[in-house]
Design a protein around this ligand. Structure first.
Ligand SMILES: Cc1cc2nc3c(=O)[nH]c(=O)nc-3n(C[C@H](O)[C@H](O)[C@H](O)COP(=O)(O)OP(=O)(O)OC[C@H]3O[C@@H](n4cnc5c(N)ncnc54)[C@H](O)[C@@H]3O)c2cc1C
Length: 465
C-alpha cells in the first residue's frame, strides 16, 4: 500500500475520514478518474478496527445505478443485488392500510420504471471496497478527533494536521469528511468557521448559522429485523415482500433481501413534537420484541409477534439545512452533510452522488492544489442544495405515510376515505419520481462546465502573464 517509490510525484495528498459508503465511493471515483501521470496520494482513515457493516438491507434506485454504470461497476453490483433494475415498468411496492382490526386493504400500487434494486448493505460496501485502488492506504482503527489548518507566513494554508484518538497525527493537503452523522470533520470545520466569522458572545450550539452542525432528533424511532420469508408467508400468504403498511404516526416498510430468503422489516414510530430536539439515549441497541407489538394494531399484531425476533431499535437523527459543506480545502459528503429520514431510501444514493461529483472534480486534469478551494466550491454549488431538497422531500413523504401532512388524508374515518387514500398514494408517488425522472448526468455536466469555464480561463490567464 502507499505510492511506490518509482511512481510519479503525487499532485496532492487527500485524507478521507470514514470508510462507509460515501468514503469508499469517493475513493473508487478518485481511482477511476485520477490522471495516471499525476496521481493523487489518498489515505482513508476509519475508526473501526476492522471493516464491519451495521444495518441490513438497502435500496438502490435508478440514479444511483447510473453512477455505478459510469464507474463501470454496475455488473458487480447486479450480482450482489436482490433485483437488478429492469427497463420495463412494473409494480414496485404497495401501500396498505392496516390500522383497523377487520378492514385491512391495499390502496395504491406504485408502478416503477427500472424498479428498485435491494441488497444487503455489506454487499454494497464490499463492491466499493474491491474497487478502491491498491495504491490507496486504508488505515483502520484511526478515529479522528479534529483537524487544524497549518498556515504559512502569509496566512495561506500550508497543509492540514489530523489528530486521532490514539494520540497520533497525520498531514494532508485536502481533508474530506465522510465520517457520517457524528462527523468529527464537520465539527472541526464549523467550530473554526464560528470562531472566525461569528459573534464571540454566542456559542456555536446557539449560533443561527453554525448550530445546524449539531445532529438533531427527527422524532423517529425505527425497529429493524430480518424475517425469514417462509415464516412470514406461513402467516400472511399474500405478502409480496415489498410493502408499505401505513398507520397514524407509525408505519412499516418491508422488502426482500438475500435473494428472497429474508424480508428486511423496518417499523417506524414518530413523535413529531420531538423533531429538532437532542435525543439523550443510545442511538442503536437491541430492543425487547414486546416493545414493537405493544403498539401494533390488531391487524398487524399476529405478524409482528410471530415473525420479528431480536429487533434492534435505531434513533433517526438528522443533519438539516447545513449552510455550507466546504471550507478552505476541506469538504463534507454523505451523512456528514445531509443525514436524512429514510422514507425515500435515498441517503446512500445521495452519498454516492456526492462522491461522484466531488471525486471527478478533484481528479480533473485542471485541478491543482492551489485551485482545490474553487473546485470544492463548485462541488458545493452543484450538490448541497440538491441534497437538501431531497432531505425535505423525504421528510414530507414520512409525514404523508403516517397521515400527518397538511391537505392530505389524516387517518380519520370518512365517507370518501378510499378516494382520499388514493390521492395520498399519488402524492407519495410524486415525491419518488425524481429518482428516475431527473437525470444525474446533468449534474455532472453542470459541474464539468463550471470547472472548465473557471479553471481553463484561469490557466490561460496565467500563461498569458
Ligand atoms: C434504517 C435505515 C434505512 C436506510 N435505508 C436506506 C436505503 O434503503 N437506501 C439508501 O440510499 N439509504 C438508506 N439509508 C441511509 C444510508 O444508510 C446512509 O445515508 C449512508 O449509510 C450514509 O453513508 P456515509 O458513508 O455518509 O455514512 P456512514 O454509513 O455512517 O459511514 C461513516 C463511516 O465513517 C466512520 N467514522 C465515523 N466517525 C469517524 C471518525 N471520527 N474517524 C474516522 N472514521 C469515522 C464510521 O465508522 C463509518 O465507517 C438508511 C438509513 C437507515 C438508518
Amino acid at each position: 500500500m502507499g505510492v511506490p517509490a518509482t511512481s510519479p510525484k503525487p499532485r496532492f495528498r487527500v485524507a478521507i475520514c470514514g470508510a462507509g459508503i460515501a468514503g469508499l465511493a469517493l475513493a473508487t471515483v478518485l481511482g477511476k478518474y485520477e490522471q495516471k501521470d499525476s496521481p493523487l496520494e489518498v489515505t482513508i482513515y476509519e475508526r473501526q478496527p476492522e471493516m464491519a457493516v451495521f444495518g441490513a438491507g438497502i435500496s438502490v434506485w435508478q440514479r444511483t445505478w447510473r453512477v455505478m454504470q459510469l464507474l463501470g461497476i454496475d455488473d458487480q453490483l447486479a450480482r450482489a443485488s436482490e433485483r437488478p433494475p429492469v427497463k420495463a415498468i412494473g409494480p414496485g411496492f404497495v401501500y396498505r392500510r392496516a390500522d383497523r382490526t377487520n378492514d385491512t386493504y391495499n390502496y395504491y400500487t406504485v408502478m416503477l420504471p427500472y424498479g428498485s434494486s435491494t441488497m444487503h448493505r455489506a454487499d454494497l460496501v464490499q463492491v466499493l471496497l474491491q474497487n478502491v485502488p491498491q495504491s490507496y492506504s486504508i488505515r483502520m482503527g484511526k478515529r479522528l478527533v479534529s483537524y487544524t489548518e497549518v498556515v504559512d507566513g502569509y496566512g495561506d494554508t500550508k497543509y492540514y494536521e489530523l489528530q486521532f484518538t490514539d494520540g497520533t497525527t497525520a498531514e494532508a493537503d485536502v481533508v474530506i469528511g465522510a465520517d457520517g452523522i457524528k462527523s468529527a470533520v464537520r465539527m472541526s470545520m464549523y467550530d473554526a468557521a464560528h470562531r472566525q466569522d461569528c459573534a464571540a458572545e454566542v456559542d456555536r450550539g446557539h449560533c443561527p448559522r453554525c448550530s445546524a452542525a449539531t445532529p438533531k432528533w427527527t422524532g423517529i424511532i425505527t425497529y429493524r429485523a430480518l424475517i425469514p420469508t417462509e415464516k412470514l408467508r406461513a402467516i400472511d400468504p399474500e405478502h409480496q415482500g415489498f410493502r408499505y403498511t401505513l398507520c397514524r404516526r407509525q408505519h412499516v416498510v418491508s422488502y426482500p433481501v438475500s435473494h428472497g430468503g429474508f424480508i428486511n422489516w423496518i417499523g417506524f414510530k414518530t413523535r413529531p413534537e420531538m423533531e429538532g430536539t437532542i435525543y439523550e439515549g443510545k442511538s442503536a441497541e437491541e430492543a425487547p420484541k414486546e416493545e414493537i407489538w405493544s403498539s401494533s394494531t390488531a391487524g398487524r399484531k399476529r405478524v409482528h409477534s410471530q415473525c420479528v425476533e431480536k429487533p434492534t431499535r435505531w434513533v433517526i437523527n438528522m443533519i438539516s439545512g447545513l449552510p455550507f459543506s466546504v471550507r478552505g480545502r476541506a469538504a463534507l459528503l454523505g451523512d456528514a452533510v445531509h443525514a436524512m429520514e429514510t422514507h425515500l431510501g435515498a441517503g446512500a444514493g445521495q452519498s454516492i452522488e456526492d462522491a461522484y461529483i466531488l471525486g471527478r472534480l478533484l481528479a480533473h486534469p485542471l485541478t491543482t492544489l492551489d485551485r482545490v478551494h474553487d473546485v470544492l466550491r463548485i462541488y458545493q454549488s452543484v450538490r448541497l442544495s440538491f441534497a437538501n431538497t431531497i432531505f425535505e422531500r423525504a421528510r414530507e413523504t414520512g409525514r404523508m405515510c403516517e397521515f400527518n401532512w397538511p391537505g392530505q388524508y389524516d387517518g380519520n374515518e370518512c365517507l370518501d376515505e378510499r378516494e382520499q387514500l388514493e390521492q395520498l398514494g399519488k402524492s407519495i408517488y410524486r415525491n419518488w419520481q425524481w429518482q428516475w425522472r431527473e437525470s444525474f448526468d446533468e449534474q455532472w455536466d453542470v459541474a464539468e462546465w463550471a470547472i472548465e469555464q473557471f479553471l481553463h480561463v484561469d490557466a490561460q490567464k496565467v500563461q498569458a502573464e
